[in-house]
Ligand binder design. Sequence first.
Ligand code: SF4
Ligand code: SF4
Length: 298
Amino acid sequence: MKSYVIDVQRCSIHDGPGIRTTVFLKGCPLRCKWCHNPESQSYKRQLSYNQSLCISCRACEEVCSQNVHSFVDGLHRVDYSKCTLCGKCVEACPSKALSMIGREMTPQEVFAIVKKDEIFYAQGGGGVTISGGEALTHIDFCLELLQLCKESHIHTCIETSGFAQVNQLRKVLPYVDLFLYDFKISNEPDALQFIGGTLSVINRTFNEIYTNEKAMILRCPIIPGVNETDEHFQAIEKIVAAYPDLIGVELLPYHNFGVVKGANIGCKTEEFDFPTEEQKQEWIQYFHQHGYDKVKLA
Ligand code: SF4
Ligand code: SF4
């Protein structure tokens, strides 16, 4: 079973406990307006063009038979819709301004990379995190990789939006030590408008993980103008109160890394206001004043 992998990031310290290897799978059914990894949305490979690295040598224009690359008044235009993903321009580009996002890999190939870092996991309580995209929509790939990890006693973690089928989730549950569960939106109209999915699916996944007594950290991206609201904060508060076995709650302040990455693949990503340091402290104070000290800024 193969999946498109965007990256296997070694020595990661942001995706679960300890030092970890994070596997980013390509493909997600949601369309969050603030997505910080827009290149992970499509399940297909994609051409990426990084304008800041381009030296305008026009080698790409020469080798492309589909006229994807053109130069108008010295400006490099890329018509992504015509690209057949042959990769010739990527090979020809001398400055690495062009790249192909998504490499088809087997779980065994990924595991061979994971094994190289085994010594770090033992020292720091780390392991493997499967992220995305939406990892739970690559269920057969995840299952094989997780089984390989457990055979080697490696700690496993899945980062998920919860937008997945419960019957698929059940296949991997026995092999996952920890879930990083993104809680993005708390009412249905906003869910449809801002993430492109329905809350009933997401809530069902949450309950399935929780009732199976799996360790879970709630991760809450806070986006000014979208969910930095009393209603949403009260919803987080209710979850923390109702599910005391959550091992942590992290608030993730909005950043706009996705805007440039989206432009590189020809997608427009919406921009929102950055939260100030003062705003972030107010978020934390809100929860601490209500007695929820486990809520932290990520
Ligand atoms: S990948 Fe192939 S078709 Fe696509 S732009 Fe490059 S050369 Fe053209
Ligand atoms: S080959 Fe690379 S550096 Fe040269 S024009 Fe194309 S993108 Fe720019």
